[in-house]
Design a protein around this ligand. Structure first.
Ligand SMILES: Nc1ncnc2c1ncn2[C@@H]1O[C@H](COP(=O)(O)OP(=O)(O)OC[C@H]2O[C@@H]([n+]3cccc(C(=O)O)c3)[C@H](O)[C@@H]2O)[C@@H](O)[C@H]1O
Ligand SMILES: Nc1ncnc2c1ncn2[C@@H]1O[C@H](COP(=O)(O)OP(=O)(O)OP(=O)(O)O)[C@@H](O)[C@H]1O
Ligand SMILES: [Mg+2]
Length: 270
C-alpha cells in the first residue's frame, strides 16, 4: 500500500462522499453522542469560518431534533474574539445563519494577554516579536478552549471541535487548543467536502467560499492557512481523495503528517 493510501485510511477519508448523506449521518452522530453520554448541551466557538459555520448548523439541527423527540438538548454558540475581529461581519453572518439556541460572547483578549504578561514577568523571553506573536497565537486558541469547557462544565455539555481530514493530515491546529474537544463531527472530510456540506445546508455563499484562516497572529491578521501551510487546500484535498498531485506538494504533506503525528495521538505513557 502506498504512503498516501495509508494516510487516507488512517484519517478515515470516505471515497464515496455524498454531501446530503454526510449531513444526515453527522447530525445522527451528534444526536447519538449526546444520548450515549447523557449530556444535554453542545458548545462550539463560531469564528465566521466555513468549518465552525458548518459544524454549528449541524449542532443546532441535532439539538432541535432531540427536542422534537421529547429530549433535552441546547446548543450554545460562542463568539470568542481576541479584541476586535477584522472579519466580524462574517462571524455575524455565521451567527445569523446558524440561529443557535443560546449565544455567549466572550472576549479572550484579557485572559490571553494576562497569561502572556504573567509568563514574561516570570522571565520567559522570546527571540523576537514574531516568535512571541506565534506563541501568543496558541495561547489565544487555548483561551478559547478554556471558555468552551467552562460552559460545557456548567451546562452538562460536550465541547464540539471542527477538525477535519485536511487539517488533521497537516496537524494544523493548536494541541489542546482548538484540537481539544469531546466530539469532532467533521472528522475524515476534505476541505471541499466541508464546503459542499455547508452548501447543501443552504449556508451563506460568502461563507461556503471563504478563504480559510487560523487568524491567530496579531502581526499578520487574517493570514491565510495556505500561506502558512505551503500547499493549497486543493492539493491537500486531491491527496486525501487519492489523486496524484505535484510531487513536491505530496512530499510536503507526508513530511508534515509524520512530524505532527503526536498531535493526533493520546499523550505517551511509559
Ligand atoms: N514529537 C513530539 N511528541 C510529543 N509532543 C510534542 C512533539 N513535538 C512537539 N510536541 C508538543 O507539541 C507542542 C507544539 O504543538 P502546538 O502547541 O499545537 O504548536 P504548533 O504546532 O507549533 O503551532 C500550532 C499551529 O497550528 C496552527 N493552527 C492553530 C490553531 C488553529 C488553526 C486553524 O487552522 O484555524 C491553525 C497555527 O497557526 C500553528 O501553525 C510543543 O510545544 C510540545 O509541547
Ligand atoms: N474568533 C473566534 N471566535 C470563536 N471561535 C473561534 C474563533 N477563532 C477560532 N475559533 C474556533 O476554533 C476553531 C478552529 O479554527 P479554524 O480557523 O480552523 O476554523 P474556522 O474558522 O471555522 O474555518 P476556517 O479553517 O475555514 O477558517 C473554529 O472552528 C472555532 O470553533
Ligand atoms: Mg478560521
Amino acid at each position: 500500500m502506498t504512503t498516501q493510501q495509508q494516510i487516507i485510511d488512517a484519517l478515515g477519508i470516505d471515497r464515496n462522499f455524498d454531501a446530503q448523506r454526510e449531513v444526515e449521518r453527522r447530525i445522527d452522530f451528534i444526536i447519538r453522542q449526546l444520548k450515549e453520554s447523557g449530556t444535554r448541551a453542545l458548545v462550539l466557538g463560531i469564528s465566521g469560518g466555513v468549518d465552525s459555520t458548518t459544524t454549528g448548523r449541524l449542532c443546532q439541527l441535532a439539538a432541535e431534533r432531540i427536542r422534537e423527540q421529547g429530549g433535552d438538548a441546547t446548543f450554545y454558540a460562542m463568539r470568542l474574539p481576541y479584541g476586535e475581529q477584522h472579519d466580524e461581519d462574517d462571524a455575524q453572518a455565521a451567527i445569523n445563519y446558524i440561529r443557535a439556541d443560546e449565544q455567549l460572547d466572550v472576549n479572550v483578549k484579557p485572559s490571553a494577554d494576562g497569561m502572556l504578561a504573567s509568563l514574561e514577568q516570570a522571565g520567559l523571553a522570546f527571540n523576537d516579536e514574531y516568535q512571541r506573536d506565534f506563541v501568543q497565537g496558541n495561547i489565544k486558541a487555548r483561551a478559547r478552549m478554556i471558555a468552551q469547557y467552562a460552559v460545557a462544565g456548567r451546562h452538562n455539555g460536550l465541547v464540539v471541535g471542527t477538525d477535519h481530514g485536511a487539517e488533521a493530515v497537516m496537524g494544523f491546529f493548536t494541541k489542546h487548543g482548538d484540537g481539544a474537544c469531546d466530539i469532532t463531527p467533521l472528522a475524515g472530510l476534505a476541505k471541499r467536502q466541508v464546503r459542499a456540506m455547508l452548501s447543501v445546508l443552504d449556508g451563506p455563499e460568502a461563507l461556503v467560499n471563504k478563504v480559510p484562516t487560523a487568524d491567530l497572529e496579531t502581526l499578520s491578521p487574517g493570514r491565510t492557512d495556505e500561506e502558512a501551510l505551503g500547499v493549497t487546500y486543493d492539493q491537500i484535498d486531491d491527496f486525501l481523495e487519492g489523486r496524484e498531485i505535484d510531487r513536491e506538494a505530496a512530499e510536503r504533506i507526508i513530511r508534515t503528517y509524520d512530524r505532527t503525528a503526536h498531535k493526533r495521538e493520546l499523550p505517551r505513557a511509559p
